[in-house]
Ligand binder design. Structure first.
Ligand SMILES: CC(C)(COP(=O)(O)OP(=O)(O)OC[C@H]1O[C@@H](n2cnc3c(N)ncnc32)[C@H](O)[C@@H]1OP(=O)(O)O)[C@@H](O)C(=O)NCCC(=O)NCCS
Length: 116
């Protein structure tokens, strides 16, 4: 993929929506326009979930429909399951909230030989 900056990700501990202090929260996730629709976002998300293993929350503004498509696809490809997001309101903001465990999903997708 070369060495050009294609975007940025910020990860932090603690939910902004559910109140769970232990989850990883995707605080920011941005791919620059010229780099979109090439699979970079999907690949970056997978790498982040593998590096930060454990319970995850990915929250998307309810109005950000293109991001809904993106996360539906990226999360189902990573976990191997259809995502079951919930809708939540916090402080006047409306979110679509995906919850999953990246450790279990990574172990499943790597299989016993590669994860050993
Ligand atoms: C959403 C975003 C991260 C996607 O990054 P990306 O690198 O373009 O994503 P990918 O190329 O990996 O896309 C994988 C799939 O997600 C879906 N998808 C991605 N962008 C989409 C869009 N704008 N509209 C509809 N579906 C989209 C498609 O199914 C796509 O597969 P396809 O290109 O074969 O159709 C990027 O558009 C972005 O940074 N947007 C602005 C910031 C933002 O909304 N961040 C998310 C905040 S929660």
């Amino acid at each position: 993929m070369g060495r050009n900056l294609a975007g940025f990700v910020l990860v932090k501990r603690g939910s902004e929506v559910s109140g769970n202090l232990t989850v990883w929260d995707m605080a920011e996730f941005f791919i620059l326009r010229g780099h979109r629709r090439r699979g970079i976002g999907t690949e970056v998300a997978r790498e982040v979930w593998r590096r930060f293993q454990g319970p995850w929350e990915v929250r998307v503004m309810q109005s950000n429909l293109s991001a809904h498509h993106f996360w539906d696809r990226a999360i189902s490809a990573f976990t191997g399951e259809a995502p079951r997001p919930v809708f939540a309101e916090k402080g006047g903001k409306h979110w679509k909230l995906y919850s999953f465990n990246s450790e279990q999903a990574a172990a499943k997708s790597l299989g016993p030989l590669e994860s050993a």
